[in-house]
Design a protein around this ligand. Structure first.
Ligand SMILES: [Zn+2]
Length: 210
């Protein structure tokens, strides 16, 4: 069964999630947004072993803790979609433009393909390609656990910004309609910022969707 810890970190309070398998005590870190030492400490205190570092996308505020975290666990692969690789190489510079200093992350070790399954212990995450907010943005979806880690695609009462380079509102809305609104209403939505919600709640109350 899936166990989740939510850590809002950094100046933009971007949510880092630790998604663990309660049976095997294996865990994935999804979006190490800042403060890699804190993330590693929370994992240790829970008695979990990290098997994956997964990136929904590579905006600087989602990878601010990646360098420190990966240095602490160099054997754990960092995975993102190939279309997100280029932005990762500019993460430190992007942070500087926003007056948010971060350490430049190393390149990703592993590339994710749409539709593939990432297994964290007994918890299987399907990789859904959900671009629009950022190139190569993916969602990590566990059907058995009714959970979707959506990064900055969908929020409680809002959707992802599309006023950055490489963004498209039309592409974003298409991603939401075809990849997220097709999921069951009970699916918990773990967004990159703000409160956890559900697909059902957003379907009926999100002003961008109704
Ligand atoms: Zn973003």
């Amino acid at each position: 069964m899936l166990e989740v810890k939510k850590l809002p970190l950094g100046r933009l309070q971007t949510n880092c999630y630790i998604a663990a398998c309660s049976e095997t005590k294996k865990a994935a870190i999804i979006d190490p947004s800042d403060d890699g030492l804190t993330i590693a400490r929370v994992v240790d205190e829970a008695g979990w072993t990290v098997t994956h570092i997964l990136l929904t996308h590579t905006h600087f505020d989602h990878v601010g803790g990646l360098k420190t975290l990966h240095d602490l666990m160099p054997d754990v692969p960092v995975a993102c979609h190939p279309d997100a690789l280029e932005m990762l190489t500019h993460a430190e510079a992007a942070g500087e433009r926003w007056q948010v200093p971060i350490l430049q992350p190393d390149p990703a070790d592993r590339l994710l393909a749409a539709g593939e399954t990432v297994s964290v212990g007994n918890v299987a995450f399907q990789v859904l390609l959900t671009p629009g907010h950022a190139p190569g943005h993916v969602t990590f979806y566990s059907a058995a656990n009714q959970a979707a880690f959506v990064g900055d695609v969908l929020f409680r009462g809002s959707v992802g910004r599309t006023d950055f380079p490489g963004c498209s509102h039309d592409v974003l809305m298409h991603s939401i309609e075809t990849q997220l609104l097709t999921l069951p209403d009970e699916t918990a939505v773990y967004p990159g910022h703000g409160a956890i919600t559900t697909i059902g709640r957003e379907r009926v109350s999100n002003p961008f969707l109704v």
